[in-house]
Design a protein around this ligand. Structure first.
Ligand SMILES: NC(=O)c1ccc[n+]([C@@H]2O[C@H](COP(=O)([O-])OP(=O)(O)OC[C@H]3O[C@@H](n4cnc5c(N)ncnc54)[C@H](O)[C@@H]3O)[C@@H](O)[C@H]2O)c1
Length: 253
């Protein structure tokens, strides 16, 4: 895909990986539709993209809401005339053990709300945005590319039943969509980042961050731009489909 002049939708574009991917794609001449719950921060990303010479518009929507997603994709189609790319990036964490016990007594369990809120955003949100983007891409007749942001936690990670399940599922969705949508000229792939230096990991205690850095063979967290360059590669290489790219500094969970 030629990124220049293509319209690419990014969810969770207000900050972190979404923002880094928006800036990298703006540098390549993409027209960007930036979806987030945080309207002010998404506007700020849009302004930074515009100052690099790209077209960018911020849209406020909750990707876990079917009505919001249908409405926002229609608004994006209206604003830009077509949709050629989607990065399903928005995600949340609600970590906790399935069952926490001390001295044989259960003291805490992952609540249904902790489970469901992560599934709603990290899995159902990806399904809703992927379905909407594919619909507009097929109707536009020009094909497209859908990237799902998974995680190395998709292999299964203690304290992340909800998150690991959702991230394994979105990697499987990319494989499924690569198979179902190839006949419409649509490719799909996923990126599985390792620990990356964004607000999402900034909330960690310094000792936890240090422990992770020593676990990573390359000895540091990833930079958001290292995920952005992977997204650019997937968009530009027309033979990439149905695979997950682990960008993790050699760390394998
Ligand atoms: N940072 C990491 O180490 C890391 C590692 C692996 C995978 N990931 C994944 O990468 C993606 C981005 O992570 P990040 O670190 O940039 O996160 P972040 O928390 O810094 O940013 C996430 C953005 O998504 C938005 N968002 C959350 N829920 C939303 C909703 N319901 N509707 C619309 N927008 C919503 C937030 O407002 C925020 O702007 C996530 O899917 C995350 O799971 C991150």
């Amino acid at each position: 895909m030629n990124i220049t002049g293509s319209t690419i939708v990014i969810t969770g574009a207000a900050r972190g990986l979404g923002r880094a991917m928006a800036l990298a794609l703006a540098d390549k001449g993409a027209s960007l539709a930036l979806i987030d719950l945080d309207a002010d921060a998404a506007e700020s990303t849009a302004r930074d993209c515009q100052s690099r010479g790209g077209q960018a518009t911020a849209f406020t929507a909750n990707i876990a809401s079917e009505a919001d997603v249908v409405e926002v994709f229609a608004a994006i189609k209206e604003r830009f005339g077509g949709i050629h790319g989607l990065i399903n990036n928005a995600g949340i964490l609600r970590d906790g053990l399935l069952v926490k016990a001390r001295d044989g007594n259960v003291i805490k369990r992952m609540s249904l709300d902790e489970w469901q809120s992560v599934i709603d955003v990290n899995l159902t949100g990806v399904f809703l945005c992927g379905r909407e983007a594919a619909t507009h891409m097929i109707e536009g007749g020009q094909g497209g590319v859908i990237i799902n942001i998974s995680s190395i936690s998709r292999a299964g990670n203690a304290g992340q039943s909800n998150y690991s399940a959702a991230k394994a599922a979105v990697a499987a969705l990319s494989v499924t969509w690569a198979k179902e949508l190839a006949r419409f000229g649509i490719r799909s792939a996923s990126i599985s980042p390792g620990f990356t230096d964004t607000e999402m990991v900034a909330s960690m205690k310094p000792e936890a961050r240090q422990r992770i850095e020593t676990m990573v063979p390359l000895g540091r967290l990833a930079r958001p731009d290292e995920m952005a360059s992977t997204a650019v590669f997937i968009f530009e290489n027309d033979y990439v489909s149905g695979r997950s790219f682990d960008i993790d500094g050699g760390l394998r969970l």
